[in-house]
Write a protein that binds this ligand. Structure first.
Ligand code: NFS
Ligand code: SF4
Length: 635
């Protein structure tokens, strides 16, 4: 295979060559050997929901048009889509639940976490209607955790509290009228699995509505809940300067990579890596370097300044450097192939969660009550492994880019407050109204082997910035922009259109940064898409309009995971025009594809999906949408 054409990240071809020399197979080799991929699967018209199947529909209209039970293409596509969204929501909700459990255990003194952000704790309690008066932080944290548990134990008809407490009121009303308000996240997941099982729902429209509901389950029972609780436990992020790309590894140090999504253990690994520096030095290293992959990487970047190693598609190549002593994984987006790659080097692959084991890895169980011991053990395993590192096999690409991250809503409002203390959103809104900022776009989501790694993220963002569209980013998109140098003040000077540049420079100077704000603001991990939702809610409230009326858009240019399908559906439900750069498996049904990308979604929700696989055309589509919304607002 040609190693040149798979990524725009300069570290990738170097390491891909090394991987091939070392006799290793990577995600790109396997992608090539999967070609051509199954056309039925790509269109979403294959059903395995019962054992009479698999059944598939002939997309050309000549062969079978119905599965054995009578299900047609519309039904099969709609059922498959709901199951995907449910898989994604289940991942986020399980993640959020773990965080709630940790908060509860910490509050009752059973888990060794200190509740770091009392202001956020009080703010969240306030939204939930919990009185904060005279309560110490542990009591209040316990009550907030209990309120979250109550959503999971909701057996009545009331909607999920976390949704009604945090979503815009206009949306709650709209969703309520459509009968889409979720009750108990666990129950909604169960119901969706039931609804999509053989012989239950055969109405594709009803299934599409259930998918939208699942987007709300994800948005509030997953994303928002996880962000709130993690901020309370570990602190709300504020701007931090760090680096991105594999050049952050250092041959003279013990290198530990933290990979996955849930920061409960990785926060402790960071703490213990700092505490055990001396043991690393005693082992002959100069110290310990930590670096992150995927969203655990984003979490520890935002709160601890830990550099980003790389994003989803290059996780195997991180190990191929031969310089990683331990790769510690928790859940989600962990390639099963990692064990094959680590087996070629001295690298220890350490799994930690009971639901995410990998044959060939060492399993060090995460036990919340003994998390300090677990983290200490993991760091010591890395130090031991370092002693076995073969310097002959080490090749660390020299690429690293500066990144500024940590733009929580609180941090953004804090920076703007330097311009207008009484009315922090006013400078931002004024600059949107006068056209200095044309609009904003959240660029989010994954890498996908179907797309040249990071290329869509970067080309899209370049075009948006040139047209004065402010970008906010999360997930592996934020990694991509970080590696490509878009998360820096320098990028504002290089890429932003003149009026956007002037605004970002003025805000940066007023905020005391002595430099412009970056043109793409790193707002966190994928669960932190909730932060983007909160920012939209605040802007809409300030302007006294609905989120669907704002000149904004979202884009997942290179998404791969079911989680992205759930998040995208939530964004559309919120009223956001949501671009997808990879064709979702729905084209086998005009009913489903048409409803999600057309007037049905727009009339009911105000948002819709927009599929475009060319980055420049996608940017133009997003800009046209933003201009249309501006015109409707009369600005
Ligand atoms: Ni989001 Fe983050 Fe990356 Fe995609 Fe995976 S890490 S949770 S799913 S691949 S962005
Ligand atoms: Fe075939 Fe129907 Fe069974 Fe699906 S549910 S596998 S379409 S018989």
């Amino acid at each position: 295979m040609s190693v040149k054409d798979v990524s725009i990240d300069p570290a990738v071809p170097e390491l891909l060559e090394k991987a091939e020399n070392d006799g290793l197979e990577t995600v790109w080799h396997r992608f090539a050997s999967q070609q051509p991929q199954c056309g039925f699967g790509l269109l979403g018209i294959c059903c395995r929901n019962c054992v009479q199947g698999p059944c598939r529909i002939d997309p050309f209209g000549e062969g079978p048009q119905k599965g054995i039970c009578g299900a047609n293409a519309d039904l099969i596509v709609a059922r498959n889509l709901l199951r995907s969204a449910t898989g994604g929501a289940a991942a986020h909700i399980d993640h959020a639940y773990e965080a709630v459990e940790a908060l509860y255990q910490a509050a009752v003194g059973k888990a060794p976490y200190e509740i770091k952000d009392e202001a956020k704790l009080k703010a969240v309690a306030g939204k939930l209607g919990i009185s904060v008066d005279g309560k110490d932080k542990n009591t209040l944290a316990r009550e907030v955790a209990e309120a979250a548990f109550a959503d999971f134990a909701n057996h009545g008809a009331a909607p999920m509290k976390w949704l009604t407490a945090t979503a815009p009121a206009e949306r709650v009303e709209t969703w309520g009228k459509l009968g889409l308000l979720p009750k108990n996240p666990d129950r909604e997941i169960r119901t969706a699995m039931h609804q999509t099982s053989m012989g239950v729902d055969s109405d594709p429209v009803n299934l599409i509505l259930a998918t939208v509901k699942m987007g709300l389950v994800d948005g509030y029972g997953g994303l928002h809940l996880a962000t709130d609780i993690q901020d309370i436990l570990f602190g709300t992020p504020s701007p931090v300067v760090s680096d991105a790309n594999l050049g952050v590894l250092d041959a003279d140090y013990v290198n530990i990579i933290i990979h996955g999504h849930v920061p409960l253990l990785s926060e402790k690994v960071v703490e213990w890596a700092r505490k055990l520096e001396n043991e690393a030095i005693a082992a002959g290293a100069r110290g310990i370097k930590l670096a992150g992959i995927c969203c655990t990487g984003n979490e520890v970047l935002m709160r601890q300044g830990v550099p980003l190693a790389t994003n989803f598609l290059a996780q195997e190549l991180a190990v191929t450097t031969g310089a990683v002593d331990a790769m510690v994984v928790d859940v989600q987006c962990i390639m099963p192939s990692l064990a094959d790659i680590t087996a070629c080097y001295h690298t220890k692959l350490i799994t930690t969660m009971p639901i995410a084991k990998v044959p060939g890895a060492e399993h060090v169980p995460f036990d919340i009550e003994k998390v300090d011991e677990t983290a200490r053990q993991i760091v010591r395993i890395a130090i031991e492994a370092y002693k076995n590192r073969d310097p002959e096999k080490v090749r660390i690409p020299g690429h690293r880019s500066k990144v500024v991250a940590g733009f929580s809503v609180e941090a953004v409002v804090g920076a703007l407050a330097k311009l207008n203390a009484d009315n922090p959103l006013k400078p931002l809104v004024d600059n949107i109204a006068n056209g200095n900022i044309l609009g904003a776009c959240g660029v989010v989501g994954c890498n996908n082997a179907k797309v040249v790694q990071d290329s869509f993220h970067v080309a899209l963002v370049k075009e948006l910035l040139k047209n004065n569209v402010l970008v906010v980013a999360t997930g592996c998109a934020a990694h991509a922009l970080g590696k490509a140098g878009f998360l820096t003040p320098e990028a504002t000077l290089q890429y932003a259109g003149d009026s956007l540049k002037a605004v970002l420079t003025a805000v940066g100077e007023a905020a005391g940064l002595k430099a412009p704000l970056p043109p793409a603001l790193h707002m966190g991990s994928c669960v932190d898409n909730s932060r983007i939702g909160d920012l939209l809610k605040a802007l809409a409230a300030y302007l006294n309009v609905a989120v669907k009326d704002l000149p904004v858009a979202a884009s997942a240019p290179e998404y791969q995971h079911e989680k992205a399908i759930a998040i995208g559906t939530w964004a559309v439900a919120l009223g956001v025009f949501t671009h997808l750069g990879v064709v979702p498996p729905v084209l086998g049904s005009q009913v489903v594809a048409g409803a999600l990308t057309g007037e049905t979604a727009e009339n009911l929700l105000g948002g819709k999906f927009y599929v475009e696989t060319d980055p420049i055309a996608a940017a133009q589509g997003i800009i046209a949408h933003i201009k249309d919304k501006r015109a409707k607002l009369g600005i």
